[in-house]
Design a binder for this molecule. Structure first.
Ligand code: ADP
Ligand code: MG
Length: 327
C-alpha cells in the first residue's frame, strides 16, 4: 500500500489532543487554541537538516527527539511552559516503518513535556524537520537576553561541552568506554530541555539563554543585548566525566566546552539579592546550577565575554561558536 500525504498525516500525526485549550487540532485548515488568560504567548521555530544537524545515518527516533528537544529548549530559555507545537516535515520518500518510529519518538517526547502537536505541513524533498513551539509565561515576568545587570552572578544549569564531545564521537571513532558513549549519544539525540529550570528560576533570574551555539557565543548574545561585559571563571565551568575522557589528551581541554555548541543547558544571570532563592532551589534538588561568572560593567566600546583561566584572561573573538553561513 502506498501512502499519500493525507494518509501520512492521518496515520502518524493525528492524535487526540490532551489539552483543554485545543479547540481544533490536526485536520482542518488551521489549528485553533483558546488563549490562556493573563499569559503571554511565546513562540520559536527551529529546523534540523539531514547531514547538517544530525548524521545521515541517524535513526528516525533520534531525528525526532533531537528536532523536538532542540526546538523546545528555546521555551526553557524564556522560562515558558510548553503548550502546543506545529511541524513541517520534508521527506525524500514515504517509508511506513520510518514514519512509525519517527512519530512514536516525537509523541513520546511531546507527552513528556505536555506539548500538543496541533498542525503542520508534509512535503517531499531532502529530509528536514521544522518545529514551531508555542509556550506561555505570566504577563509580568519572562526571561530575556537583554535583562542582565551589572552585579548579577552567571549560572549554568549543567555540564557544558557534551555537545562538542558527542559531535567528535559521531564524526570519529573514539576509543571510549561504552558508558561514556551511551551518555554522549543520549545527550546529543535527547538533550533534556531545561523547562523545569526555566520555570523555577523565572521569579529570581534577570536574563537567560539556552546554550545552542556555544557557551561563550551565547553569553556574548546576553552581553550584547544587555550592553554589559561577562566575566567567566573557566575553572568553574562544569564538565561531565565523559567530556573529560574525550578531551583528556587535549592541550586546551576547555576550548571545546567554551566554543562547542549543542549543549542545551541554560545560562542565566541572577542579582545578588535573589541568590539565596537559587541556592535554596539547588539544595532542594529543584534545579542544578553552577555559578561560573559575573556580569560587570562594559570595559570597551563593545560588550565582551572575558574568560579567566590559570590567572590569565582572554577574549575568544572571531568564531566563538557555531554559525551558519560563516565560512
Ligand atoms: P492545507 O493544504 O489546507 O494547508 P494540509 O493539507 O497541508 O492543509 O494539512 C492538512 C492538515 O494536516 C492541517 O491541519 C495540517 O496542520 C495538518 N498537517 C499536515 N502535515 C502535518 C504534520 N507533518 N504534522 C502534523 N500535522 C500536519
Ligand atoms: Mg487549507
Amino acid at each position: 500500500m502506498t501512502l499519500n500525504e493525507f494518509d501520512i498525516i492521518a496515520t502518524y500525526f493525528q492524535r487526540s489532543s490532551q489539552h483543554p485549550s485545543v479547540v481544533k487540532s490536526v485536520g482542518d485548515d488551521c489549528a485553533i487554541v483558546s488563549p490562556v488568560m493573563d499569559q503571554l504567548l511565546v513562540m520559536s521555530m527551529d529546523t534540523v537538516v539531514a547531514g547538517r544537524h544530525f548524521p545521515e545515518a541517524a535513526t528516525p527516533a533520534q531525528i525526532a527527539s533531537r528536532a523536538f528537544c532542540t526546538a523546545i529548549s528555546d521555551l526553557a530559555a524564556m522560562g515558558a511552559k510548553p503548550q502546543w507545537f506545529t511541524m513541517a516535515l520534508v521527506l525524500p520518500n514515504v517509508d511506513a516503518q520510518w514514519l512509525h518510529e519517527f512519530s512514536e519518538s516525537l509523541f513520546a517526547m511531546a507527552n513528556q513535556y505536555e506539548c500538543d502537536l496541533i498542525g503542520g505541513d508534509t512535503t517531499q524533498g531532502p529530509l528536514a524537520v521544522t518545529i514551531q513551539v508555542h509556550g506561555t509565561v505570566p504577563k509580568n515576568k519572562v526571561l530575556t537576553r537583554d535583562a542582565a545587570q551589572v552585579g548579577d552572578s552567571v549560572f549554568v544549569s549543567g555540564p557544558i561541552g557534551d555537545g562538542a564531545a558527542a559531535l567528535l564521537l559521531l564524526l570519529n571513532s573514539l576509543e571510549l568506554e561504552e558508558d561514556d558513549q551511551a551518555y554522549l549519544l543520549n545527550r546529543f539525540y535527547q538533550p533534556r530541555a531545561q523547562i523545569e529550570t526555566g520555570i523555577a528560576i523565572l521569579p529570581y533570574a534577570h536574563a537567560a539563554i539556552d546554550i545552542s551555539d556555544g557557551l561563550v557565543a551565547d553569553l556574548q548574545h546576553i552581553a550584547n543585548a544587555s550592553q554589559v561585559d561577562i566575566d567567566v571563571d573557566v575553572e568553574r565551568v562544569p564538565l561531565s566525566m565523559a567530556y573529560q575522557h574525550v578531551f583528556a589528551q587535549y592541550e586546551n581541554k576547555m576550548q571545546p566546552a567554551l566554543t562547542g555548541g549543542d549543549d542545551y543547558q541554560l545560562a542565566f544571570t541572577v542579582p545578588e539579592n535573589q541568590i539565596a532563592h537559587i541556592q535554596a532551589l539547588i539544595k532542594k534538588n529543584k534545579i542544578a546550577a553552577t555559578k561560573i561568572g559575573q556580569v560587570v560593567q562594559k570595559r570597551l566600546e563593545k560588550p565582551y565575554v572575558h574568560c579567566y583561566h590559570n590567572q590569565q584572561s582572554f577574549l575568544l573573538t572571531g568564531k566563538q561558536g557555531y554559525q551558519h553561513f560563516a565560512s
